[in-house]
Design a protein around this ligand. Structure first.
Ligand code: ATP
Ligand code: MG
Length: 676
């Protein structure tokens, strides 16, 4: 069937998009149309091969990529929105979250588990460190910060290890004992609080798919973009989803592998070729993105990697202008010059180049500050991708934490966040007592608070009357939100209720009596608007809801397989696993993976998402400032890569200089016409 989108592919691309093989690898350089081919292959599968879209899983690396792909597929030229809405598309994390929601009992989760972001994980570890201080060594007490514990734990899990395996391997080592203690305590606490952190979203799904393969019954085809950045856990998930000879297509470029530091492994290409017999390899050689000059300069950088496998990449695009190098004596001057240059380019190009066509790529987030003030000083609008995201702002997190807590009353992280915002006079000692009591069998935070506020329980005497009244108000709010949730009220109504009942505006004004308070209040308003678009009342049925139903988080990769891992026999077990009593029936092949109710989807979207609002702003005539890592897969006519100096790139702490070369290569292959 010759559909219009196929005419937009060259012969090699068409061949890759319509390849009949069950297992396909599309290996090609930057800008060669890998993502375009992947999108076209999805359309081909549905339109020509009559595969049901609900049986197709598409994994992208960022939620921005998922959104863009969905947007493209929605066009009538490809699938149209009716069909594309049915696809199971998102990042590894968002797809795993959906699977776990459906099959929670198989990994011993309660159905209303909530997802802990990195901040919450770190906070939980900080608290545990204080609780366990007597058990830690001198070194573990004084030198190891909570963040250091978290990083080691996360690294181990990204390497595919669960807590029991880590302990078995390391407990005898004196320098790892503290980590073992904290790791175990952390896992137990997360479990008790019915919380799943980012790493466990992947690890639990890996276990789920191994133990209960029929959870993947709904899948017939899996397609993965940016495969070079998958780690061992993600690889195993892909294997679990495709077990039993289901079709797998991956696209990637080993030269753009930039997450080795988080255990991504480009060896996964070879592993897949070995494990998926008859894998067909397709190469694309024509770059459509950049000028000849840009490609030549970029190639010069990546060719330093002596271990790379050479592949051909040419372009019929114009020669273009050579790349420019600006030499500056310090970062303020650098920022000022870049801002002036941006202004000059836009003014001199007529209307050819506007601010949205320009990006500034930085090696580390903090480097963007100087550029933000320089752009401000020239009144150039900009948006920072990968900075503090909308859903990470304190006031937005507060309101969301109320929703989280009302959804999962075991979520102590959410509870601690909100109990004194606004102030309710609950001190640390009382808080610890409440939490301790809530961990007793049959108790929850709410049952303890209810006891306190109604005069029952042992610890009441020590709590002032005013605090008791405040806690009664808190319980009342919880009950009312529960009722609203049960009635399936619109999320924005629930949020409005929370904001009103807590007098949150007044609280913000008191805490931030300056202009800052106003802009924080605006963010709260923005959250309500977002909720309205997400879950629109019938008279406001906006298409937006479809655009935000799947989401992902930016970066969060995992680990390398030194030894080949076999999903079936090397899987870590969950603690005290028992078979779920109520068997969740597996989905039939034409059934869709359940999205969960609207509260679940909203909470997942806001926890797993980078801010779609900010990303959309990039299209509204603003210069983009992004890290090099987050720029993966994207393109702009003009790109500035700043602070190209030893210590920054290659970064002084980088373990692998070749990975730094690849990172610069990714940055250098983002521009279409001009690289500075
Ligand atoms: P990266 O490695 O950076 O992710 P990629 O290989 O995924 O790049 P795409 O983003 O799919 O490449 O394509 C790069 C650009 O080239 C896009 O603007 C895309 O629309 C364009 N393009 C791809 N194929 C063609 C084609 N056959 N004709 C015209 N333009 C094309
Ligand atoms: Mg791509």
């Amino acid at each position: 069937m010759d559909t219009p989108f196929m005419k937009k592919l060259n012969a090699a691309q068409l061949n890759a998009a319509t390849c009949k093989s069950n297992s396909v690898q599309i290996l090609a350089g930057p800008g060669s149309g890998k993502t375009r081919v992947l999108t076209s292959r999805v359309a081909w599968l549905v339109l020509s091969e009559h595969v049901r879209p609900q049986n197709i899983v598409v994994v992208t690396f960022t939620n921005k990529a998922a959104k863009e792909m969905r947007h493209r597929l929605e066009s009538p030229e490809l699938l149209g929105s009716m069909q594309s809405d049915k696809l199971c598309m998102g990042t590894f994390h968002s797809i795993c979250a959906r699977l776990l929601r459906q099959y929670h009992a198989h990994v011993q989760l309660k159905p209303n588990f909530t997802i802990a972001d990195t901040d919450m994980s770190r906070h939980a570890i900080k608290k545990l460190k204080e609780e366990l201080i007597g058990e830690l060594s001198d070194y573990g007490r004084t030198k190891m910060k909570p963040e250091a514990y978290f990083n080691v734990i996360s690294k181990a899990r990204n390497a595919g290890m669960n807590v029991d395996q880590y302990i078995e391997k390391n407990y005898g080592e004196w320098d790892k004992k503290d980590i073992c203690i904290m790791f175990k305590a952390y896992e137990d606490r997360m479990h008790a609080d019915n919380l799943v952190d980012f790493d466990n979203l992947l690890l639990y799904t890996r276990v789920l798919l191994a133990r209960f393969p029929s959870a993947a019954n709904f899948v017939s085809h899996v397609l993965v973009d940016e495969f070079q950045d998958t780690n061992v856990v993600q690889y195993d998930i892909v294997k679990g989803l495709t077990r039993g000879g289901k079709a797998l297509t991956i696209v990637g470029d080993p030269d753009q592998s930039i997450f080795g530091w988080r255990n991504a492994d480009r060896g996964n290409f070879i592993k897949m070729q070995r494990e998926f017999k008859g894998t067909q390899i397709c190469n694309l050689e024509e770059n459509y993105r950049s000028t000849k000059h840009i490609l030549k300069s970029a190639f010069h950088v990546v060719s330093k990697d002596k271990k790379r496998i050479d592949k051909s990449l040419f372009t019929e695009n114009a020669e273009g202008v050579p790349m420019s190098m600006l030499k500056m004596s310090d970062d303020t001057m650098e920022a000022q010059s870049v801002a002036e240059e941006i202004k000059r380019i836009v003014e001199y190009s007529g209307s050819l180049i506007t601010y949205k066509d320009i990006a500034i790529l930085v090696r580390m987030n903090y480097l963007s500050r100087a550029f933000e003030s320089a752009l401000n000083s020239l009144s150039i609008p900009y948006v920072v991708i990968g900075g503090v995201k909308f859903f990470e702002r304190a006031e937005v997190k507060d309101i969301l934490a109320y929703l989280r807590f009302c959804y999962n009353a075991n979520d102590t992280e959410a509870f601690e966040r909100i109990i004194n915002r606004p102030r309710r006079g609950v001190g640390e000692v009382t808080m610890n007592k409440i939490e301790k009591l809530s961990r007793q069998p049959g108790a929850t935070i709410i049952s303890v608070l209810r006891d306190i506020s109604t005069g029952k329980g042992k610890m009441i005497a020590s709590i002032p009357l005013k605090t008791k009244q405040n806690l009664a108000g808190f319980v009342n709010l919880y009950d009312n939100v529960q009722e609203l949730m049960q009635k399936k009220s619109y999320i924005y109504r629930i949020l409005e209720y929370i904001i009103g009942d807590t007098n949150y505006k007044e609280f913000l004004q008191k805490e931030h009596p300056d202009k800052d308070g106003e802009s924080r209040w605006d963010n709260v308003g923005e959250l309500v608007t977002f909720a309205k678009q997400f879950n629109p009342p019938p008279d406001n049925l906006a298409k937006n809801s479809a655009a935000v139903t799947m989401s992902g988080i930016e970066i969060l990769e995992n680990e390398p397989p030194e030894n080949e891992s076999n999903v079936e026999d090397s899987l870590p077990d969950l603690p005290n696993y028992t078979e779920p009593t109520e068997e969740e029936p597996p989905l039939g092949d034409d059934e869709r993976l359940n999205d969960g109710d609207h509260i679940v989807r909203f909470l997942e979207l806001t926890t797993l998402s980078t801010n779609s609002k900010e990303e959309d702003e990039a299209d509204l005539g603003k210069v983009t400032i992004s890290t090099m890592h987050s720029a993966k897969g994207l393109e702009w006519p003009v790109v500035f890569t700043i602070a190209c100096e030893a210590g920054i790139i290659p970064h002084q702490k980088a373990e692998d200089d070749m990975e730094e070369c690849r990172l610069l290569y990714v940055a250098m292959t983002r521009p279409k016409c001009k690289f500075i």
